[in-house]
Ligand binder design. Structure first.
Ligand code: XMP
Length: 397
């Protein structure tokens, strides 16, 4: 059982100085030790891995393939990660994990199954490889949301007990059980070199370290992977469908930004990363499904409301931001009596995922996505989510 968390508190933000400070931090706590480093494919764990490399710390980098990762431009995540970080070890738990999650309806149970699969696999490798420490990609909003205090109120090294007391004191009601802070691993301590950084600061570090631009601007992806985007039970059929439609939505929107802005994500005049996330949600009969929203910081479950008529982004999003009794508003793009799955296109801008606004895409692009989705067998109704967070949440579960 680990007893300590080591976090780099308030380092300089200029990438060159940050790397120096992170290297000193890692040397302080990990010199001569063996570190387990889990890579998720996202920017936070990538930056963690890169700081370990820069500090020349012995590590075992691992990517866990559970089968529910997204496909982007036809490339499976496991292939993508191998290309970017060739020394990563891919641990394939698909055969073991998928049967456990298939058929499970409850979003929180899905999250728990993921947590358990991750922690069991990580602990197995830690044991096999005799790792002393575990490095993770916890970043600033994760810390501040979980502890309810500023990062500068924490110490560089804290015991589990100190942390539990602090969380207890500041408990304001978690919106979801999504942060992995309470998972215990069988190592001496964890290392959190990027704990003081915001997402754009993490991207700056990756850019400074010459990672490919597509990776620097990678969109955030939830831990429970596509199971967070399939409402209700996951099946092999709806998973295959979700992977296809997700790829269409994310890739088409990325292409649009690439063409119009030269990169797949911009910082807009509100300081948001635009788009912060772009994805497809799928289920049968979406209008009958209770999905998440937020009222006064508390999670709610209500059915969505469908709206059709003239496309006017400002009017529609203003309407949706004041919605009551429904968790969100969906603009109907296509209605059909044929097909199996409803699809929602969700694309949001955000600073740190605590709040989000709807990405203002031209309707011609949204229509283009719609036609591509209609080419996929089994597509039924198609919607575009016009709800900000709050009153909606980014994901649907
Ligand atoms: P919501 O849906 O609460 O999402 O507005 C906020 C951000 O968190 C991501 N998300 C998760 N990340 N485990 C994660 O690691 C989870 O269970 C989880 N649920 C949501 C979501 O993609 C968004 O960026």
């Amino acid at each position: 059982m680990f007893m300590l968390n080591h976090r780099l508190i308030d380092p300089p933000r200029k990438p060159q100085d940050f790397i120096k400070s992170a290297s000193e931090f890692l040397q302080r706590h990990a010199k001569g030790k063996k570190v387990f480093c889990a890579l998720s494919g996202g920017v936070d764990s990538s930056a963690t891995y890169m700081t370990l490399k820069e500090a020349d710390i012995e590590m075992i980098p691992v990517f866990i393939d559970h089968g529910l990762m997204r496909i982007i431009r036809g490339v499976e995540e496991r292939e993508y990660i191998k290309k970017i970080f060739p020394d990563v070890r891919v641990i394939d738990i698909r055969e073991d994990f998928l049967p456990k999650i298939l058929g499970e309806e409850d979003a929180e149970i899905k999250r728990k199954l993921f947590k358990k699969a991750y922690s069991d696999t990580i602990n197995r490798v830690i044991k096999e490889e005799k790792c002393d420490l575990l490095a993770d990609g916890t970043i600033l909003p994760d810390i501040e949301e979980s502890f309810g205090v500023k990062i500068t109120d924490l110490k560089e090294s804290m015991s589990l007990e100190d942390e539990r007391n602090l969380m207890e004191k500041n408990k304001k009601g978690f919106v979801k059980s999504q942060h992995n802070l309470d998972i215990e691993y069988e190592v001496e301590a964890t290392l959190q070199p990027v704990a003081s950084l915001t997402k754009p600061e993490v991207r700056d570090i990756l850019e400074y370290l010459n990672l490919p631009t597509e990776h620097v601007y990678r969109k955030a992806f939830p831990g429970p992977a596509l199971s967070a985007r399939i409402i209700g039970p996951v099946s092999m059929e709806n998973l295959a469908y979700e992977k296809k439609v997700h790829d269409i939505v994310e890739s088409t929107i990325e292409d649009y930004y690439l063409e119009n802005h030269g990169k797949t994500m911009i910082i807009n005049d509100k300081g948001e990363q635009e788009p912060f996330q772009a994805f497809a949600v799928t289920t049968t009969d979406i209008l009958l499904r209770k999905v998440t929203g937020i009222i006064n910081g508390q999670r709610t479950y209500e059915v969505p409301l469908s709206i059709k008529g003239e496309w006017d982004f400002e009017k529609l999003t203003r309407f949706a931001s004041q919605i009551k009794g429904y968790s969100r508003a969906l603009y109907e793009l296509h209605e059909s009596h044929q097909g199996v799955y409803d699809v929602v296109i969700r694309t949001i801008n955000s600073i740190d995922a605590r709040t989000a606004s709807v990405t203002n895409l031209p309707i011609s692009l949204i229509e283009e996505i719609k036609y591509k989705l209609l080419e996929i067998h089994d597509t039924k109704n198609i919607y575009f989510d016009i709800t900000s967070k709050p009153p909606g949440t980014i994901e649907y579960v």
